[in-house]
Design a protein around this ligand. Structure first.
Ligand SMILES: Cc1ncc(COP(=O)(O)O)c(C=O)c1O
Length: 340
């Protein structure tokens, strides 16, 4: 099957699978103190600073939930966009597991801004209200759009001026770096981001995400939160091996660049088909489009993808490190045929 449903439909990149196989020898200490995981953590620190605290985690939902749990107290809230993964697609995990109230700022393109957040922080914040402690942004956003470096800097400066932290959901941070042609450091550390959910799974790994505390003080005692959160993986070496491969030889960047290129090609080719409307700026590896419902149903039989908005018929097509030119040609050929 070839699919445009999610970058999670793609398999594991061969270099990463090789790394898993190579790690599969001998006995090694468990729970993350093995030499492979230690080396992988060092590779993270090369990007995020020598004091950054890195914790491997199996899912993005867990990374987001546990980081936010760690950064808040029971009376705090987290500000996010109304389409943030943490509020739409994590089954209320922040509420149920972390006990956090999520406050939505309205956005038109999935991107928070100081203008959108300020009314929330300027409102009544007395003892009767939950107290915002963190602003959570997703880069790139759930709508495939990107914050510019300046926009992230502005949000971080504003958050810090109000005594809040900034969390970045970086499930697709590699795609964002590739699209903006900046380093991981420029996207996060240099902007003032405090903590990051770093995504490996969508970029060629499996069950490999990381909680990164760029501000090391914020990471103190997170190991206990991870354990209580049931995310302390015993045979961690296999996650460490994946990150070691991903962060070596710029594989993280090459995979993301490829995936972004495929999305651009898909948008360009599909966008030329009569009746297809591309609805969002294609900045990374997601393409959003409106096509007739009957075409969606037929096309999905051959190539799985999701309907994003039932009310408008907007669909989402995701590309990945393993999407090929042929996939795009075949998909667009079928789409064109159905649009006749
Ligand atoms: C923006 C975003 N954040 C986080 C995640 C992580 O989710 P999961 O728990 O499925 O790994 C996803 C996955 O779809 C996502 O799109």
């Amino acid at each position: 099957m070839r699919s445009f449903a999610s970058d999670n439909y793609a398999g594991v990149h061969p270099d990463i699978m090789d790394a898993i196989v190579k790690a599969n020898h001998d006995h090694m200490p468990s729970y993350g103190v093995d030499p492979i995981s230690t080396e992988a953590q060092q590779l993270f620190r090369d990007h995020f600073g020598k004091d950054a605290k890195i914790f491997f985690i199996a899912t993005g939902t867990a990374a987001n939930t546990l980081i936010l749990k760690h950064l808040t107290r029971s009376w705090n809230s987290v500000i996010c966009s109304e389409c943030a993964h943490i509020t739409v697609d994590e089954c209320g995990s922040c509420e149920a597991i972390a006990g956090i109230k999520l406050i939505h700022a309205q956005t038109i393109n999935g991107k928070l801004s100081v203008e959108a957040i300020d009314p929330i922080l300027s409102g009544r914040l007395d003892v009767h209200q939950s107290q915002p402690a963190v602003i959570s942004i997703t880069q790139n956003t759930e709508l495939g759009t990107l914050y510019s470096i300046n926009e992230i800097k502005e949000i971080c400066a504003y958050a810090h001026s109000k005594g809040l932290y900034v969390h970045m959901d970086g499930a697709r941070i590699a795609n964002a770096c590739a699209a903006l042609n900046v380093s991981l450091k420029e996207m996060t550390v240099d902007c003032g981001v405090d903590a990051l959910s770093f995504g490996g799974t969508k970029n060629g790994c499996m069950c490999a995400e990381a909680a990164v505390f760029i501000n090391p003080e914020l990471g103190v005692n997170f190991e206990f939160v991870r354990k209580q959160g049931m995310q302390l993986i015993s045979k961690m070496r296999y996650v460490g091996a994946q990150f070691k491969a991903l962060l070596s030889n710029d594989l993280w960047l090459r995979n993301a660049q490829h995936s972004n290129r495929m999305a651009a090609l898909l948008a360009e080719t599909a966008g030329k088909i009569n009746g297809v409307t591309i609805t969002q700026k294609v900045e990374a590896n997601g393409v959003f489009a409106i096509i007739p419902e009957e075409v969606t149903i037929k096309l999905q039989e051959k190539f799985p993808f999701y309907v994003w908005d039932e009310s408008t018929g907007e669909v989402r097509w995701m590309t990945s490190w393993s999407t090929t030119n042929e996939d795009i040609n075949e998909f667009c050929f079928s789409l064109q045929d159905l649009m006749k």
